[in-house]
Structure formats: C-alpha cells, structure tokens
Design a protein around this ligand. Structure first.
Ligand code: ADP
Length: 550
C-alpha cells in the first residue's frame, strides 16, 4: 500500500524560503576588521540571493545544472551564493582557497565550472590560474580587495554588488527533483588525490535537520554560531543550511581567522556556539592564555575534523567552554557522530564518553570490518575499519562531465557502504572511538599501535604544544613510532627520557613507547588544518629531521 502523504521535494529552495520569511530577523554578522562588523538579516540575505539568481540567469546565462564555483571566505555574500545557486537548479562548487594552485586548477577543470564568485582579497590566488581554467567564462568579484590584476583577463568580470543591484527580488524557482545535485565539494586530499562529492537537495535538507537536533548541535534562533570551519570545507559542516532552517544567527570571521581576532569577536559578539577543527582551538587557547578574554558565552562548541586531544577539552572546561567532539568526512556531509554522553551521568562518568568520537545519529548506520572482511562486534575492543551508510552519505565520487560516477573498491563496499578508512572500536552502547586512519596505523611486530593515543598522551604534557606520531620503517619490527613534538613557548630543554616516562605513566604499554624522537618547530598542516603526516614521513625518509634514538 502506498502512503496517503504528500510528496514534497526536500530542497534548498525550501530552506531559503523558510529562513527568509519565518526567520527574517535573524542575522549574519561578518567581521570586517573595522570598528563595526557588517550585519545583514536573513530577509535581506534571501532578497539578495534572489537577485543573485536573476543575475546569474540573465547576465551569466546559468540556466541549468552548470557549476558555479565560489572562492570565498565565510561571509554574508557566500551565504547568498549557497542559497541562490542550488535553488535555481545550478550546482554550487565551493573551492578550497588553501589548496596548492595546481590542485585548485585541476578541481575547477574536473568540475567544469562555468563561473566563479571570488572575494576581492583572493584575486591574487585566482588571477594567475585563469589561463589554465578554460571553462570559466565569468568572474564575479565580491568584497574588498585590489581589482587591478583583473585588467586584460579573458573571462568577463562583474562586480557582485553592481551585478545584483536593482534586480527583481522574485524568481520563478524551478520545482527540482530532490535527488538532483545541489552542491559539490572535493575532499581535501589528506591521504590522496581530491575526489568530488556531490550533495543532493535531499541530502542537504535531511543533514540540516540532523545538525539542528538536540543530540547534534541543537541550535535555535536564540543562538549565534561562530562558523570558523570554512564554507569550502564540507559546507561549513552544514551550518549555513541548518541555520537558515532554524533561524540561528551566524557570526562569520571572513579572513580574520587568526587567534587574536577570533578571541576579540567572541568576546564582543558573544556567540553561544562555534565549530572548528582542533588546530583553531589550540591556537585560541594559546592566545587567551597570554591575553585573557571572556569566552564563556560559548556554552556548546563543536570540535572535529581531526581527533580532539582530551587535554584540550580539559583546558577549555576550565575556561567555561564545553567542547563536544564530532566525527565526519566530506563524504558524510559531514555529520557522522557527536559525543553527547548518555543521560543520568555525573561529570566524572561523562568524561569517558566525551573523549570518544561520539555516537551515531538515527540517519547514520555503522559497522566495523576486520582485515578479512568479517563484521566485528560492538564490544569496545574489536578494532576494524568503520563503514557507514545513510541518506547523507556518498555512494560514489563525481566522474567528470562526460564520465559516470566512480565507485572505487577501496572506498565503497560491494553492498554500497562507504569505507571510511578510519580504524576504531565501537562500545556496546554505540560510541565510536577512532584509533587511527588506516594509513596512519603503526604496524609493529604484527601488532597495531595507535598514533592518536600516543599523540593525545604527549599533548597532555605541560611542555608540549603539539605532537604528531608517524610510522617509520624498522628492521626488527617492520614499523615503529616516531614521535615528533612541538614545545610550548618558554618550555625547558627537551628531555626525551622524561617524555617517554610520562607516556608510560599515562598508561601506554611499554612495547608501544617510541624510541625515535624529534623536536620540530611546527606540525605540518593540510589545507584544512589537519596534521599532515605524509609530510613528516617524507621528511624522515629524506633525513631532514634531527632524530634522537633512545
Ligand atoms: P580529508 O580526508 O581530505 O582530510 P575530510 O575533511 O573529509 O578530508 O576528512 C575526513 C577524515 O578526517 C576522517 O576520515 C577522519 O580520518 C578525520 N576525522 C574527522 N573527524 C575526526 C575526529 N573527531 N577524530 C579523528 N579523526 C577525525
């Protein structure tokens, strides 16, 4: 029997309409570096998004599923592009402004982007690439920045404000199939070449509802979220859509992502929530330790994208800021788990849950797969590769405009689950603890050593600012851990024996303790601020590290 329910497509267009009407008074505040930030209501954003859609169709000829790229910071105009482009039936392609230029060009060509909306301050990055981007016919420039580099370029140039000014604030939005492409984002390539993930209207809609649920970020129109995670990194974890759905105010840092301006904007605008990778929170902690600021408005902070060291969580607890750990991937939209402890526990009892990656929401099914392909029990001990499936999880990668979508065997199981490449255990009550990425696991004498566990233990040492542990070849054991540490400013000279003893005291088994050590000035980071272990392994292989063997 079929249901008797209406079948209304779940589209970004509906999110746009809901936000601009029901939550018209909510605001997007963009930091400008000037005494006053810039403020725009959802009603204004909605009207301007509609004008942008008219301009894209009438001036740029976007009339189907062409890709329109953005090369932008987090700001109000970027939110307008987020809403306008998918709603008109085109595909928003967010470009990662921290990628090496060759990779950026490869991605634009692969996606066959027809137009790009770029922040003026990012023209020095875009303009030299344009001769290598034959599909780009239009460049739309928004916000401050020197325009002189644009003289003589081939694509047509438009000023964002001039382009949308005076245009109609109504648009005959097409009735879209909810399974159609709405947006695309390439993985940042921490462990391989970038791969294109294409989100549907339906996946974005359902993911936004999940983001807003109390067991996830739990935001309402009483909240303001500081969106530090870039809009080019997995749709800023879905926040621009989720906020428009629930009227959550957004605080956008634009290009002011350094710890000092972030601390200033938190103290001044008093956001109740924020989302960012651990590197950002490490930097902010150092800043407020040196120059105290009041961060206490942020009752609820989402931290993820890389493992959150428990020591970082503890440090923020002391500042009155509660970090909630989350796991996700570009392929999972990204919300995969969040670490809200179960009900009825004391603070002390909550701790072991808070330091896990968290539990799966109803929309995400999970299983652990062992080396022989066997499914492992959820017993908190059996470690295997995590596989997931659900309505906001990728089933394939974009294969290019002429090709079919790609389902590489190492990324998708035969029965259609996503192989995450993450290794961990799941407790009997469904909490995920990741011990490594499959590619980062240290295989010593047939046993696995978790690099993440060693790193977390090292980063709890008072003299250690950051630590990254990688596998290096070893004649006897196959692989052994190399511990690279960044010392805190003003820390005493390094004593490796003492660090090793500290690890042993914190419960690391003796056979897992590293014998190779190196102090480095900073842990190399990827374009989205994660530890780039590829670089450390290469530096070691090429003899560039000063290594002490105990
Ligand atoms: P990339 O794969 O290029 O780094 P993603 O942002 O998609 O880009 O990264 C997803 C990966 O980041 C996950 O597969 C996992 O390895 C890692 N990750 C994300 N969140 C966490 C977390 N909370 N703890 C540990 N690792 C995490």
């Amino acid at each position: 029997m079929l249901s008797t329910m209406q079948d209304v497509p779940l589209t970004v267009t509906r999110i746009l309409h809901h936000g601009m009407t029901i939550h018209g008074k909510s605001q997007v505040t963009t930091w400008t570096g000037e005494p006053e930030p810039h403020r725009r209501t959802f009603a204004e954003i909605g009207a301007r998004a509609t004008q942008l859609a008219n301009a894209l169709r009438d001036e740029l000829g976007i009339d189907g599923d062409q890709r329109v790229a953005t090369l932008m910071w987090n700001n109000a105009e970027h939110v307008e592009a987020y809403l306008a482009i998918p709603s008109m039936g085109a595909v928003l392609h967010t470009l990662n402004l921290r990628l090496p230029p060759e990779q950026l060009a490869w991605i634009v060509n692969h996606a066959d982007d027809k137009a790009v909306i770029v922040n003026g301050s990012l023209l020095p990055l875009l303009v030299p690439l344009l001769p290598h981007l034959p599909s780009i016919e239009h460049v739309v420039v928004a916000g401050p920045g020197d325009r002189s580099a644009l003289a003589g370029i081939t694509p047509r140039v438009h000023e964002y404000e001039e382009l949308i000014a005076g245009r109609s604030t109504t648009f005959d939005w097409p009735e879209l199939d909810e399974r159609q492409a709405a947006a695309m984002c390439y993985t940042s390539g921490t462990t391989g070449d970038p791969k294109g993930v294409v989100y549907s209207h339906r996946s974005i809609y359902l993911h936004s509802m999940q983001v807003n649920m109390t067991e996830s970020m739990g935001l309402t129109d009483k909240d303001t979220t500081l969106v530090v995670v870039p809009q080019f990194h997995v749709n800023a974890w879905g926040l621009p859509h989720a906020t428009f759905m629930s009227g959550v105010n957004m605080l956008m840092p634009d290009r002011f992502l350094q710890p000092a301006p972030l601390a200033d904007m938190i103290e001044r605008e008093r956001p109740t929530h924020a989302a960012a990778v651990p590197t950002i929170w490490q930097g902010l902690l150092a800043e407020v330790t040196a120059n105290p600021r009041d961060l206490t408005s942020m009752a609820n902070v989402t931290i993820g994208g890389a493992a959150c060291p428990p020591s970082l969580m503890e440090a923020y607890d002391k500042l009155g800021v509660r970090l909630c750990h989350a796991w996700g991937m570009t392929e999972t939209s990204p919300l995969g788990t969040m670490a809200h402890p179960p009900a009825g526990l004391s603070d002390e009892e909550q701790w072991p849950y808070r330091v896990t990656q968290g539990r799966f929401p109803a929309g995400v099914e999970a299983r652990l797969v062992g080396p022989g392909g066997e499914h492992l029990p959820w017993d908190g001990e059996s470690a295997g590769e995590l596989e997931v499936r659900g309505p906001w999880i990728a089933a394939a990668y974009y294969g290019g405009s002429d090709g079919e979508h790609l389902r590489p065997e190492d990324k998708f199981s035969e029965d259609g689950w996503l192989k995450t490449g993450d290794v961990g255990v799941i407790s009997t009550d469904g909490f995920l603890t990741l011990t490594d990425r499959a590619k980062d696991v240290i295989k010593s004498g047939g046993e696995w050593i978790s690099s993440v566990e060693l790193e977390n233990a090292l980063m709890a040492h008072p003299d250690v600012a950051e630590a990254a542990v990688v596998a290096v070849p070893d004649e006897k054991w196959g692989e052994r851990p190399l511990a690279t540490v960044v010392l805190k400013e003003g820390a005493a000279d390094v004593d490796y024996e003492a660090l090793k003893a500290f690890l042993a005291e914190s419960g690391i088994a003796k056979w897992q303790l590293p014998e190779r050590w190196s102090v480095i000035p900073a842990v190399p980071k990827t374009s989205v601020g994660k530890f780039d272990k590829k670089v450390i392994r290469k530096q070691y292989a090429e003899g560039e590290l000063d290594v002490t063997q105990l």
